[in-house]
Structure formats: C-alpha cells, structure tokens
Design a protein. Structure first.
Length: 382
C-alpha cells in the first residue's frame, strides 16, 4: 500500500476545477455503516458546508478528507490525485490540508505570532516573518501578535487559529464546527469575518456544522446530510426554497405540509385554491394527483375572526422579535405562522388563515419522501 505522496487518480472524472472529490466513500465502524457511498466535489475557491444533525456523518466525512480516518470503500481525491483509495493512503501531514479545530488548539505557551509561525519552520526567517505579517493584517490582529492565547478573546483566538491554518497556504482548509464555542452575538460576527478572510485569501474550504443559520450565511453551497448520505447539494437559496426531500425541508427551517389535490390548473387545499403556476415544477401529468405543498411560517397569515374563520391557534412560541404560532385548520392540517412580537393572538382563538406566499412553492407527492424528478416519484416511503 502506498503511504507517501498523493497518487494520480484513475477511473474517476471529477470537474477539472475540483480541488476535492469524494467518489463512493463508505465508512463502517464495527459493522455499522456511518458513511454510505457518498459522492461530493468542491470547486476551486468554494466554501462548502456539510450540514446535518448530530450523528449524520458530517464530522466523519471531514476526518476522511483530512486523512484522520481511512475509508472502507471509495476514493478521496485532492487536486485530482488520490489521497485515500484502494491500495493508497496519504497521511494527513502530506495532504496539503489545513484544519481549524472546534477548540482552536492554540499553544498556550506561545504568543499569537509564534502560533501562526508554527507551520512555517522550513521557510527562511525573512519569508516566515513576511507571511506572519500578512496573516495578522488579513485577520485584523496586528496589535495582538505578541499576546498569549489566555490574553485573547474567543473571537481573537479563533482568528489566530484560522491564521495558523492558512499560514502554509494549504490547498484545502477544513473547519470543524468553528463557531460552536462562541456566544451567540460573537458567533454571528465571526461568521461574517471568517467568510471575508477565506474569500480574501482565495482558499477552498469545507466546513461542518449542525447550525442551519450558520451554514446558510457563510456558504457558497450547502451539502445537507442525513444517516451517512448527502440528501441535497446546492446554494443556500436552492436547498431552502426547493428542497429535494422532506428531511431537507424540515431541517432547514419551520416546515408545514399542506395537503392538496391537483385539478387541471389548480391545487385545492385547506387554505383555498393555489394556481399550478405558483407550484415549482408541477406539470400537467400530475392532474388528479394528491400532493403536499411546503409552506413556511412567513407564507401564512392568521388574523382573529368570527365569521370566515378556518383555523384555531393551538400553540405559540415567543421568539423575541417574533411569535411562532401553530394553527390547526378545519381540514385537519396544521401549519406554522409567524407574527410580529407585538401582534399577539391568544391560544384557542379562531382565526382566518390565508396563504400569502410571494414565491413559488415546493411540493412532494403524497406519501413520497423525496420530490418528484423527471415525472417519477423518488424514494417513496424510504
């Protein structure tokens, strides 16, 4: 088995601009499959996030890319060369991959500058100093270069850890739950800062998180994972607005499924008729079919009413700026509805509910797990 440098790829043809390609990756622990035949490519300069709940396999995937785990099947390619595959394994230190760990892992006895310079020992002193200066300028910490980690805030420590990972100019950067140890306000600030730093550095990066808002806000593309497989890959807008499975729809935000029946150019629902033109990809071949429309809380309005009421408030969640209501319709469907925090409706109140979406709606065939594709239901009942 090869155990040195990256080997030329054979039999696989990822995009010519792909820095990373995973082809049929499978990983098992004690006979249990945790990654199942996973395919993924990451393009030059792209920031892609692996998003999913705990136990979905996202961190294992990151470890397989880094070379901290070996796949049981499939190939990991970096710049078109095989890093892991049948008969081939390149150790982590030879993959030209940087890692930002969840705990930052800074050396407490070294200054910020010494931490950043740690991976540059083989470079001439002048070049090493120039690179450290560049990175402190990039991350906005020129005044903190002689500080020790204990003297830095959480956000500053994270930027030092990021600078240290970028110092050797890796071909690929991996970020393992990079914001999970920060408080809420700092987390939001650092998302913007880290994205800026990565884009200015021009680095290709793969991040891992279970936080939907984080993934949406920092990523060029998101790969949503469940049970060791990728459910969908796309831009944040694509996966949110046009989810390909019920899991993706539900995981990316408050999702309600409104039963409907297609009749010619109209979908009849418990909230009234919906024109077929407002339903994404619903073709004439589905006339007469039973479907479920995906509606989110901002698609629905609910106002107190005596006459004309078609629903009842059954639950409320105060979220600060907004209140999320669950409304049971006369049809039996339950939908979410978001109101301004000052616009309060009592529990058990009868309300008039309307569909007020200003965009096309996603849909699923009744009983199918995934959206219809090319005229056929996929993974129904899976």
């Amino acid at each position: 088995m090869s155990n040195s440098t990256l080997s030329p790829a054979s039999g696989v043809s990822p995009s010519r601009d792909a820095v990373l390609a995973l082809d049929g990756i499978t990983k098992r622990y004690d006979g249990t499959t945790v990654i199942d035949d996973l395919d993924l490519t990451v393009e030059e300069g792209e920031l892609l996030t692996l998003l999913g709940p705990s136990g979905c396999g996202k961190t294992t995937t990151l470890r397989l890319i880094a070379g901290l785990e070996r796949p049981d099947a499939g190939q990991v390619q970096i710049d078109g060369a095989v890093a892991s595959g049948p008969g081939t394994f390149t150790p982590p230190e030879r993959r030209d991959v940087g890692i930002v760990f969840q705990e930052f892992a800074l050396f407490p006895h070294k200054t910020a500058a010494e931490n950043v310079a740690f991976g540059l020992k083989d470079r001439p002193p002048v070049e090493r100093e120039r690179r450290v200066d560049e990175l402190f300028e990039l991350v906005g910490l020129t005044e903190q270069r002689e500080s020790y980690p204990a003297e830095l805030s959480g956000g500053q420590q994270q930027r030092v850890a990021l600078a240290r990972s970028l110092a050797p100019e890796p071909r690929l950067l991996l970020l393992d739950e990079p914001f999970s140890n920060l408080d809420v306000d700092l987390r939001v600030e650092m998302r913007e800062e880290v994205r800026r730093i990565l884009k200015e550095a021009g680095v290709t990066a793969v991040s891992v998180t279970h936080d939907q808002e984080e993934a949406m806000s920092i990523s060029d593309r998101v790969a949503v994972m469940s049970d060791g497989t990728i459910e969908q890959v796309g831009t944040p807008e694509e996966v949110f607005q046009h989810p390909e499975s019920r899991f993706v729809a539900s995981f990316l935000g408050h999702a309600s499924f409104l039963a409907g029946e297609v009749d010619a150019g109209t979908v009849h629902t418990g909230l009234g008729p919906v024109d077929r033109g407002q339903v994404h990809g619903l073709t004439e071949q589905y006339d007469g079919a039973d479907i479920d429309l995906l509606v989110r809380p901002d698609d629905v309005t609910a106002k107190p009413a005596e006459g004309g009421a078609n629903g009842r408030i059954v639950n409320r969640r105060f979220l600060g700026p907004t209140i999320l209501y669950r409304v049971e319709l006369e049809s039996g469907d339950v939908v979410g509805c978001m109101h301004n925090h000052a616009d309060e409706v009592p529990l058990d109140e009868r309300v008039a509910v309307e569909l007020d979406a200003d965009h096309d709606l996603a849909w699923f065939p009744r009983g199918a797990r995934r959206v219809a594709d090319g005229g056929s239901d996929t993974d129904a009942g899976r």
